[in-house]
Design a protein around this ligand. Structure first.
Ligand SMILES: Cc1cc2nc3c(=O)[nH]c(=O)nc-3n(C[C@H](O)[C@H](O)[C@H](O)COP(=O)(O)OP(=O)(O)OC[C@H]3O[C@@H](n4cnc5c(N)ncnc54)[C@H](O)[C@@H]3O)c2cc1C
Length: 442
């Protein structure tokens, strides 16, 4: 654990969360919290971004875990970058355009909600897909040094460069014939920034159910953008070593699934045995009565978050969603990141009652509101279906006030293709209209 735990609060929480995370608690996770997010943002120099961002060793911002948890917002990143580097708009353009992908995907999620969990469009090929991730992939032991390298980075560090995500997604969907949903789930479990919007929409982009064609790479692409990290010494017969038309024909030319029968029979990823959901212990001591309660969800861990900021005297509660986590456990490092982020938040706010709970969020929040005498629950707006559905549940029992988030870009149309979205929002994001806005997603 990265923080000291003198009163054993965190140990008790982890004990309560047994079965909700993968791996053992261990030190050395990514520094978390808004304090760290601001430090990173202010230290970041985007000078080389547009020239280098596709290379694995590029100085990309690595801000996504903080953006994912609302420790910092895309609006803050955009405004800071434009203010801190006012004399070089052309060089900032690419970073701001990439940041806009995040907003675009959130707009896609807001539009489709749970619909994003299924294919948004018809697949552009007829190749069959399996609902199981082969065991060698889950073990990071495919025999391909590049794929195993990416998997070990994912499992051990919880981070993966965008290009590596694209390669791995293409490998799993097209070369191994696995449904994109399985890969998205693996990413959600292990990536610090694992979310629904950018994750599911990007997997669909690779699969071609949210793009005009599937994305795939060849060996030369991997070798170039990885700096030869794996390919220079690779001895295996490489499945990616062909030109694009050949690969296109191999992967999508016929209707035969690119998986062997042997692969299809292999096991699934780490589905944990179902554990009994424990009765909720009464871990909350005597509480100070409050008329309002703020629900801090996992995309709103910031003292600048609108619901927090508007309610400095309200009780504040975060709830680890036990039923969801038992169904889809997180890697331990994701927990540590959230818990450290909450410690940072709670240390910075004046609110007298600050709680971290475990259980069904709507049940726990309603019970807490009752025991506090709170009549209103405040929450910050977010398109995550889990947040939307929890709010609907809460509304059956209490008054709920939703606090709007700062708007990154106004786009009152169905978000279908990034190029169309960017044509409309670029002037808002950049402050001027760029010459050409059509570029590939990568
Ligand atoms: C298959 C796949 C799954 C992905 N899953 C996630 C996910 O679960 N969570 C997540 O936050 N991102 C996801 N991404 C998008 C992207 O890979 C990460 O946001 C990016 O790698 C984060 O690194 P960075 O902060 O250094 O980004 P930078 O390159 O420094 O960009 C700055 C910010 O812009 C946004 N951004 C940049 N590129 C993209 C992009 N292609 N799509 C969306 N937003 C972008 C991110 O918020 C990022 O923090 C996924 C991409 C792919 C291909």
């Amino acid at each position: 654990m990265t923080t000291t735990d003198p009163d054993g609060r965190r140990a008790a929480l982890l004990d309560r969360l047994q079965g909700c995370f993968l791996g053992d608690p261990k030190p050395g996770t990514l520094p978390s919290g808004r304090t760290e997010a601001l430090r990173r943002l202010h230290a970041y120099d985007p000078a080389a971004y547009s020239r280098t961002r596709n290379f694995l060793d590029a100085p990309v911002s690595r801000l996504s875990p903080y953006l994912r948890h609302g420790m910092i917002t895309a609006v803050e990143v955009r405004d800071h970058i434009k203010t801190a580097f006012p004399n070089d708009p052309a060089r900032l353009k690419e970073l701001l355009r990439q940041l806009s992908w995040r907003d675009f995907f959130e707009q896609v999620l807001a539009w489709h909600c749970r619909g994003l969990e299924a294919d948004l469009e018809e697949p552009k090929h007829t190749v069959a897909r399996s609902a199981r991730i082969p065991l060698d992939v889950v073990r990071g032991d495919t025999g391909l040094p590049c794929v195993d390298g990416m998997l070990h980075e994912l499992f051990d560090s919880g981070q993966l460069h965008n290009h590596a995500r694209l390669w791995f997604a293409a490998y799993l969907c097209h070369f191994r014939g696995v449904r994109w949903q399985e890969g998205a789930r693996l990413f959600r479990q292990f990536l610090y920034d694992g979310d629904i919007a950018s994750n599911s929409a990007s997997w669909q982009w690779v699969e071609g159910t949210f793009a005009s064609k599937p994305y795939f790479m060849n060996k030369q692409n991997v070798a170039t953008f990885s700096g030869g990290r794996w390919c220079d010494t690779c001895q295996v017969k490489c499945q990616f070593d062909a030109d694009y038309p050949t690969l296109q024909h191999r992967l999508f030319g016929g209707s035969t699934a690119p998986m062997s029968a042997r692969n299809a029979e292999r096991g699934t990823q780490n589905d944990p045995p179902p554990l009994p959901v424990r009765a909720t212990p009464d871990e909350i001591g005597p509480l100070t009565a409050a008329t309002d309660l703020v629900w801090v969800h996992d995309a709103a861990i910031s003292w600048e978050d609108p619901a927090m900021k508007a309610n400095p005297t309200a009780a504040v509660a975060f709830v680890f969603d036990e039923p969801s986590l038992r169904a889809e456990p997180w890697a331990y490092h994701r927990f540590a990141f959230v818990m450290d982020g909450l410690d940072d938040l709670f240390a910075h706010v004046p609110n007298p009652t600050k709680l971290t709970l475990v259980g069904d969020p709507s049940e726990r929040l309603v019970a807490l509101a009752r025991s506090l005498g709170a009549t209103t629950i405040h929450v910050s707006e977010h398109p995550n279906p889990w947040v939307v559905e929890t709010v609907e549940q809460l509304r059956l029992s209490v008054r709920v006030v939703i606090h709007p988030r700062p708007v990154f870009a106004e786009y009152p149309h169905e978000p279908k293709r990034f190029s169309r979205y960017w044509d409309k929002v670029a002037p808002q994001v950049l402050g001027y209209r760029p010459n050409s806005s059509r570029r590939m997603h990568q």
